[in-house]
Write a protein that binds this ligand. Structure first.
Ligand SMILES: NC(=O)c1ccc[n+]([C@@H]2O[C@H](COP(=O)([O-])OP(=O)(O)OC[C@H]3O[C@@H](n4cnc5c(N)ncnc54)[C@H](O)[C@@H]3O)[C@@H](O)[C@H]2O)c1
Length: 441
C-alpha cells in the first residue's frame, strides 16, 4: 500500500531535489481544514469556468471544505443564465457585460476567484482580481502577446506581496505521474536532457458562425477560439500544455524559436491550423514542437525527452537509471487536485504562485506563433528585454481587451491569415519558372 505523502513532506523533499521541478506546489489532500468554508466567484462561465467551479467544489468535498459560490460574471446573459441555474446562485450576484468582472469584484465577498474567460482578456481580469486582494485560479493561457504576459508576471509579484495564492490551469503540474517523473528526472534518472518532441495534434474543437446583425465584439467573443487576438492561436491556446511540460522538465525557457505554419482547412477567424517549431533551449538542446488542428490525420497529445542516460514520456514511462523519489499520491483527477493544492495553500497560509511559470509557457508559445506568422526567428529577449529593441516587445494584438470595454472593437476579417516572408517574392513577379542553369530540387 502506498504511504500518504504530506504536502509539507513533499515540499521538503523537492527542496532537497532542487529547483527545476520545484516550479509548482504539489501534494495530496492532507492536513485538511475540515469544517471550514471558502467563498468562490467565477469570471467567464463557459465550459471551463463552470468545469473549474465543479472541480473546486469536488476538491472541497475531498478535503472537507465547503466551497460556496457567491458570484459570477460573463460577457453574455445566456451564459450567466445557464450557470446561475446549474449552480443555484441568486441572480443578483451575477453580472453581465464587458465590465461585469468589475461589478463582481466591487461587490463580492469571494475569497477566491476562478477566471476562465478567453485568453485575450486574461491580463485585465488577473490584474483586477489580484488588485481586489483575492486568491486566484487562472486558466491557461494567460495572454496573447508579450505585454499581456508581462502584466501577468507583474500581477504575480503583487500577489506575493499580498500573500495571495495563484494556481494556473496547467494541470499536468498537479498530476501524479508527471510529478513522479519530474522528480526522477531531477534526480538524474535520464541524465542530462538532450532534446525532445512535444505534440498536440488533433482537430478544431469548434467554430461559431456569425449571426445576422451580430456586432463585431459579440461575434469575436463568441468565436474567440478561432481569432488569434482572443485565443493566441491554438499553439498558445491548446499546445501550451505540452510546451509547459518542456519548460518544467528542462527548468528553463527557450532562447529562440524558428517555426513554420499554415492553414489548409480551417474557416472563420484568422488562425493557422498547423505549426511546427524548433525551440532552441541553448546548450545544444532543441525541442521540436508540433501542433495541428485538422480532423482525419494522425493524432498525438504527448511529450517526450531523451537524455544522456535514458528517456521519458512525462505522462507515462521512464526508462533510465534507478533513482529513489518520494511516492506521489493525489486525486485521480488532476483538474480536482489543482484545486485541492490551491485550497490547502490558502488555509495553510503558504501561498502557491504559478503566475511566472504559466506566463513563461504562454510567452514560449507566442514566440512560436510569431515566428511561424512572420517567417523570422524570434528570441526570448525580443519579447522580454527592452534593451533588445525589438518591435515585438511592445506589440499588442488589436483589438485589445480594453477596446471591448470602450466599445471600440473592429473584428479582423474572417479567413485572412498571416503570410510569412516579405512583399516582392515570386508571387508578385508572375509565374514561377525554374531558373536556367540552376539545379531543380
Ligand atoms: N486547462 C485545460 O485543460 C483547459 C480546457 C479547456 C479550456 N481551457 C481554457 O479555459 C478558457 C475558457 O475556455 P472554455 O472552453 O471554457 O471556453 P468557452 O467559450 O466555453 O467559455 C468562455 C466564456 O467566457 C465568456 N466571456 C467572453 N468574453 C468575456 C469577458 N470579456 N468577460 C467575461 N466573460 C467573457 C464567454 O461568454 C464564455 O461563457 C480558455 O483560456 C481555455 O484555453 C483550459
Amino acid at each position: 500500500m502506498k504511504a500518504a505523502l504530506s504536502r509539507r513532506d513533499f515540499i521538503k523533499n523537492s527542496a532537497v531535489a532542487g529547483a527545476a521541478i520545484g516550479a509548482s506546489s504539489f501534494g495530496i489532500a492532507t492536513g485538511a481544514p475540515a469544517g471550514k468554508t471558502i467563498k468562490v466567484a467565477v469570471i467567464g462561465c463557459g465550459g471551463r469556468g463552470t468545469g473549474a467551479l465543479q472541480n473546486c467544489i469536488d476538491a472541497g468535498k475531498a478535503i472537507g471544505v465547503d466551497v460556496q459560490l457567491v458570484g459570477l460574471a460573463d460577457a453574455f446573459q445566456d451564459r450567466i443564465d445557464s450557470a446561475v441555474q446549474k449552480f443555484g446562485l441568486d441572480p443578483k450576484k451575477a453580472f453581465v457585460g464587458w465590465d461585469g468582472y468589475k461589478k463582481l469584484l466591487e461587490s463580492t465577498e469571494a475569497e477566491l476567484v476562478l477566471t476562465a474567460a478567453p485568453p485575450g482578456f486574461r491580463p485585465v481580469h488577473v490584474e483586477a482580481i489580484i488588485g481586489a486582494g483575492k486568491h486566484l485560479f487562472v486558466e491557461k493561457p494567460v495572454g496573447v502577446d508579450a505585454p499581456g504576459c508581462r502584466r501577468i508576471i507583474a500581477a504575480g509579484e503583487k500577489a506575493k506581496e499580498k500573500g495571495l495564492s495563484i494556481v494556473a490551469g496547467t494541470q499536468r503540474r498537479h498530476q501524479t505521474v508527471y510529478l513522479e517523473n519530474a522528480a526522477k528526472v531531477e534526480k538524474g534518472a535520464i541524465g542530462k536532457i538532450l532534446g525532445g518532441v512535444v505534440q498536440w495534434n488533433g482537430q478544431i474543437p469548434w467554430i461559431y458562425k456569425r449571426k445576422q446583425g451580430e456586432g463585431d465584439a459579440d461575434y469575436m467573443a463568441r468565436n474567440w477560439l478561432n481569432f488569434t487576438e482572443l485565443s493566441g492561436d491554438h499553439i498558445v491556446e491548446q499546445h501550451l500544455h505540452n510546451l509547459d511540460v518542456a519548460l518544467w522538465f528542462l527548468g528553463r525557457h527557450p532562447e529562440s524559436a524558428l517555426g513554420f505554419g499554415g492553414r489548409h482547412r480551417r474557416y472563420t477567424g484568422n488562425q493557422y491550423d498547423f505549426f511546427s517549431v524548433d525551440y532552441d533551449f541553448g546548450d545544444g538542446v532543441h525541442i521540436h514542437s508540433q501542433c495541428r488542428q485538422i480532423a482525419g490525420c494522425a493524432n498525438a497529445v504527448t511529450e517526450f525527452f531523451r537524455g544522456t542516460d535514458g528517456e521519458v514520456i512525462p505522462g507515462g514511462k521512464l526508462s533510465g537509471k534507478d533513482v529513489s523519489v518520494p511516492e506521489f499520491k493525489g486525486h485521480e483527477n488532476p483538474y480536482v487536485q489543482e484545486h485541492i493544492d490551491l485550497i490547502n495553500s490558502i488555509f495553510d497560509k503558504k501561498p502557491i504562485n504559478e503566475a511566472k511559470n504559466v506566463a513563461e509557457s504562454t510567452l514560449t508559445a507566442i514566440m512560436g506563433r510569431i515566428s511561424a506568422y512572420t517567417g523570422q526567428k524570434v528570441r526570448w529577449v525580443d519579447l522580454m528585454e527592452p534593451a533588445a529593441k525589438s518591435p515585438l516587445y511592445d506589440m499588442v494584438l488589436s483589438p485589445a481587451p480594453e477596446d471591448f470595454e470602450k466599445g471600440a472593437v473592429k473584428a479582423p476579417a474572417d479567413d485572412v491569415i498571416a503570410i510569412p516572408g516579405k512583399e516582392g517574392d515570386i508571387r508578385d513577379k508572375g509565374e514561377a519558372k525554374p531558373q536556367k542553369g540552376k539545379k531543380k530540387s
